[in-house]
Write a protein that binds this ligand. Structure first.
Ligand code: FEO
Length: 399
């Protein structure tokens, strides 16, 4: 049984959802599942835009057959070669042997590297090339490192559709609702869209900025990403988020507190700090246990907020391993322009504030507040002035 939706009169969403996969890229938890979007255009020629992950190939093939009817498939445009979209390319060639594959030179190289037997029915395209499928004229726009080197996006000038590859995508399965105006995006999708962007594409902010500049020159009526809802209005909302994330500007003036606590004493200090902040009027405070929160959520929150407080025990005279992992992930994803406060705990040789500070200083445009604080085993009355000083320095730096 096929299950598709019209985007325009002659353009169909023919993707599907995976609600069984626990970890996207075998790393990031996706409790709400994920959609793999693919699109089929019925013009004088028939054109498939990207394929899907192998897990939903059967549904995808039924969808293609259902929409094509008796027609043959003429073209398959491949915008991105990561296997969550490219896995079914060979299957399409097997079932529609006359299909012409349209892709960049690098995408073709990747098809061979992945071992796809696709024959030589391939049209290589590059930035600025155009093709006509009848009524519809498309232009190919290079999007290198958003987030793979072969990536491109395809713009259909006839109906204003931008096939944006991974850009503007999100974690989360589609529960029948395809368009952004059929969901409460800000309430139900934004956190997953941010977590998707920051963890998958976050490292490549300058490349996303370059793509946003190219997109600004296009008259866009639909944004069709490879994951999550299709956008057909309110583009300013989405573009503003992408602009901020890719320039590493915080969305909110607020404080992310991440703590590493073995027996609860460091957690108690983090609670004390959060309470002091709120009492002084800083209510945008989010607190997480680094040991029980997957790092992808911490990364997303670190991109969201202007301030990050790391509260950590010392472990083997080093940084507590999950906290070290979080800092290294922030570094790997190129996070910048944040203000940090550091609180350490150590029963005999506290080291973590110094070591965390050294790693943060290696990152771009980070500020570390001077009022660092050391707790020995558990916070006591003698520590209150220091905690108050840390609180004040965070509050002052937010003015
Ligand atoms: Fe959704 Fe980069 O693949």
């Amino acid at each position: 049984m096929y299950c598709v939706r019209n985007i325009t009169e002659d353009l169909y969403w023919i993707g599907g959802n995976d609600r069984r996969l626990a970890l996207f890229e075998n790393v990031h938890p996706i409790p709400r599942g994920v959609s793999y979007n693919s699109y089929l255009l019925l013009d004088e020629k028939t054109v498939l835009f990207d394929t899907v992950d192998w897990s939903i190939c059967r549904q995808f093939l039924e969808n293609i057959k259902g929409v094509l009817g008796e027609r043959k498939l003429d073209y398959m445009v491949i915008n991105h070669m990561e296997p969550d979209h490219a896995a079914c390319i060979e299957e399409i060639v097997l079932r529609y042997p006359k299909v012409k594959i349209v892709c960049t030179e690098k995408a073709l190289l990747f098809m061979h590297q992945f071992g796809f037997d696709i024959g030589d029915n391939v049209i290589q395209v590059k930035e600025g090339d155009t093709m006509s499928f009848g009524k519809h004229n498309v232009a190919f726009v290079a999007a290198p490192m958003v987030h793979w080197p072969e990536a491109m996006v395809t713009y259909d000038a006839t109906n204003g559709v931008l096939f944006s590859a991974d850009a503007f995508g999100s974690f989360g399965a589609l529960d029948g609702k395809l368009f952004n105006d059929e969901v409460d995006f800000d309430r139900d999708w934004l956190d997953d869209a941010r977590r998707y962007y920051t963890n998958i594409v976050g490292k490549y902010g300058p490349h996303v900025q370059a793509l946003l500049k190219k997109a600004a020159g296009l008259e866009i009526k639909y944004i069709c990403p490879l994951h999550g809802p299709v956008w057909r209005n309110d583009f300013g909302y989405l573009l503003d988020k992408y602009d901020k994330w890719s320039r590493y500007e915080p969305e909110e003036k607020g404080v992310l507190i991440v703590y590493a606590s073995m027996y609860g004493n460091t957690e108690a200090a983090a609670n004390d700090l959060a309470t002091r902040l709120v009492k002084k009027g800083v209510t945008k405070v989010s607190m997480y246990d680094v040991s029980s929160t997957h790092v992808s959520y911490l990364i997303s929150e670190a991109f969201k907020y202007s301030h990050v407080v790391l509260v950590s025990v010392t472990y083997n005279l080093k940084i507590y391993p999950p906290m070290h992992n979080f800092i290294m992930d922030m570094k790997a994803l190129n996070l910048q322009k944040r203000t940090f406060a550091l609180v350490e705990n150590g029963s005999w040789a506290p080291q973590s504030a110094k070591l965390m500070g050294e790693l943060i200083e290696e990152m771009k445009d980070m500020t570390i507040l001077e009022s660092e604080m050391t707790i020995t085993s558990a916070m006591a009355e003698k520590d209150e002035d220091s905690m108050e000083a840390v609180t004040d320095s965070i509050v002052d730096s937010m003015k």
